[in-house]
Ligand binder design. Structure first.
Ligand code: ZN
Length: 254
């Protein structure tokens, strides 16, 4: 598995070798740096790269089970409808909540927890520049989100989902210092982009395998529309729908 620290060592070694071969400093360092930046970017945007930090994205396929997760809520527009559908079909899910939204709608988090769903941490602000924050600011984001969730529902999430699925050295340090377990996904719905219900349903059902973790957003109208059909189809195909912590066999709360 490609790791950031390994790439650093290899880059230094290759640049050193090129210098020994008589190339100028610029000729030796520039191409190496360019390749390294490309690999770094790939590692940052692929949530399952495990490049900067390990992120759990899929369970071992030991049983025919999958998990559903909903990010960026709670919001009054769609979270209640999603909770209603999950209740009707008796399916557990995970909600990776944004701290500031928890403060705006604490009752929804309380309801989700009481109805048996997992509450996870998805940062306090989910700010567009979150991934450029220094470590201390990221740590504060994670802790502030957990405080909001605990105040609303009484639980202290142990699972954290990186905003935008982006990882980098600062986040790796912040997560290590705060002790959260980072959780990603293996089926990305792109429901914040795909608005057509048919296309969304097609995308999330075309290649499902045991251990998959679905990423949805409880801020997307199309997700509410396709959720009943998705649950029915998964059940029909023999998949058990489990809570993410159960699927991954990890503790949900601290
Ligand atoms: Zn998000």
């Amino acid at each position: 598995m490609l790791k950031h620290w390994i790439v650093i060592y290899i880059s230094i070694a290759v640049a050193g070798l090129l210098l020994l071969l008589g190339l100028s400093l610029w000729q030796a360092v520039a191409p190496v740096l360019l390749v390294k930046l490309g690999i770094d970017a790939w590692g940052a945007i692929r949530v399952d790269s495990n490049y900067y930090m390990n992120v759990l994205c899929k369970a071992p396929a030991t049983e025919k089970a999958v998990a559903l997760s909903f990010d960026d809520g709670p919001v009054n527009s769609f979270t209640p409808q999603i909770l209603d559908i999950l209740k009707e079909h008796q399916v557990p899910a995970a909600f990776f909540c944004i701290g500031r939204r928890v403060e705006e709608a604490p009752g929804l988090v309380r309801r989700a927890e009481e109805e048996g769903h997992l509450i996870g941490n998805h940062s306090y602000s989910h700010h567009a520049l979150f991934d450029l924050y220094p470590v201390y600011k990221m740590k504060a984001e994670l802790q502030k989100a957990n405080q909001a969730i605990e105040a609303a529902s009484g639980v202290k999430p142990a699972l954290f989902r990186p905003p935008y699925g982006v990882t980098n050295p600062m986040l790796a340090s912040a997560v290590k210092a705060t002790g959260y377990t980072p959780v990603g996904w293996s089926v990305r719905s792109l429901d914040t982009v795909i608005r057509e219900e048919d296309k969304l349903f097609e995308r999330v059902t075309r290649k499902v395998s045991a251990g998959d973790i679905f990423l949805f957003h409880d801020t997307a109208a199309a997700t509410v529309k396709i959720l009943p059909a998705l649950i029915k189809q998964l059940k029909r195909e023999g998949f058990a729908i489990k809570r993410i912590d159960e699927l991954l066999n990890i503790p949900a709360y601290a």
